[in-house]
Design a protein around this ligand. Structure first.
Ligand SMILES: [Mg+2]
Length: 341
């Protein structure tokens, strides 16, 4: 880890007493303690850069994403450990969408001077917990400070068997559209935390704070030779991410509303707030489930290995996304979902 050029200290805080190198030393200790000693890292934290050996016959898959205070999380509803967990989870979710097994993480942390050492340690505890659960480790990073907000940017590196990574542009006509779990719960969780009703819907809050990347599910499918033609993780909402598959594969999609699963807690949530569940199912983001397309015969095999798979529609030649309503009427969907800018 290296420290960025220090900016003038505005006021005395625990962090300014500790100093940036002091903080780095503390974090190094934590990471080393948690290290599972995987043999693929020749040189981890402590030098200018890390050195790792990818396994023979594998391709390296790389991704980067960030969590910025007041954009992606707020201190009012999220604890630091959850922020750390999620910062890793969203990156691992992107690796899962490529069919990759996560291996290494690089962490760029920007702290504000009102954060305590305990806050930062909690943040790391969350990152380490999520990393460990999915077989990866922190091999390096950078820390800096800001007067405005905390942010965590993570680069995640993974491996996939040579030439076997998944892409979003390989969907085929008549592929079935499959999701790895019910959607909408994360968006519900965000709403209840903002209205301070988390206790009423704990699973929804948990889904928003600590999403679980579908690494095990995709690895199980691939290791059992299930053919997945296209794959993406659902971060911006079902329709928005399905549109990415459709546009890049130059196809369209027909969804069947009656096949889209509704989580029992989401049912209660929409009753409580008198909402239409489909707004959350179709447009609610941050569930980090996988959206895959595959031949129907592969789906039947896949179900034997991964229980939580739902067939919700079919890829078709005609461009655009249509949804078959409960009354069998077909509606063309124009809306997208979450916009980043
Ligand atoms: Mg993604």
């Amino acid at each position: 880890m290296r420290s960025s050029a220090p900016s003038p200290v505005k006021y005395i805080s625990e962090l300014s007493t500790l100093g940036e190198f002091g903080l780095i030393r503390q974090l190094d200790k934590m990471i080393r303690r948690a290290d599972n000693g995987s043999g693929t890292v020749h040189l981890g934290i402590g030098d200018d850069a890390a050195v790792m050996s990818p396994e023979k016959g594998k391709d390296l898959v790389a991704t980067i994403d960030n969590m910025i205070e007041d954009i992606h999380f707020e201190r009012s509803y999220s604890d630091w450990q959850s922020v750390g967990w999620k910062a890793v989870a969203i990156n691992l979710s992107d690796l899962s969408a490529m069919g990759a097994q996560p291996r290494w993480l690089l962490v760029n942390l920007v702290v504000t001077m009102d954060m305590t050492l305990r806050d930062i340690q909690s943040l790391y505890r969350g990152m380490i917990a999520c990393g460990k659960r999915f077989g990866t480790r922190i091999v390096g990073g950078n820390t800096a400070r800001s007067d405005k907000e905390c942010s965590i940017t993570i680069t995640a590196l993974g491996e996939v068997n040579r030439n076997q990574h998944l892409q979003r542009d390989h969907a085929k006509i008549n592929d079935v559209i499959v999701i790895s779990g019910p959607l909408g719960l994360s968006a519900a969780g965000l709403k209840i935390m903002k209205t301070k009703q988390s206790k009423l819907f704990p699973q929804a809050a948990q889904r928003h704070l600590r999403p679980v990347p579908r690494i095990h599910e995709i690895q199980t499918l691939l290791s059992n030779n299930i053919r997945v033609n296209a794959c993406i993780d659902i971060s911006d909402g079902l329709i928005a991410d399905l549109r990415h598959i459709c546009e890049s594969s130059k196809l369209g999609a027909t969804l069947d509303r009656s096949l889209i699963p509704v989580h029992p807690q989401l049912k209660k949530f929409v009753q409580h707030f008198s909402m239409n569940p489909y707004d959350l199912l179709l447009y609610g983001g941050e569930d980090y489930e996988l959206l895959m397309t595959m031949p129907d015969s592969e789906f039947r095999k896949a179900k034997k290995h991964v229980r939580n798979l739902y067939k919700i529609g079919t890829m078709v030649k005609q461009k655009g996304i249509r949804i078959i309503q409960d009354n069998n009427q077909i509606e063309i969907i124009h809306q997208t979902g979450f916009r980043h800018f």
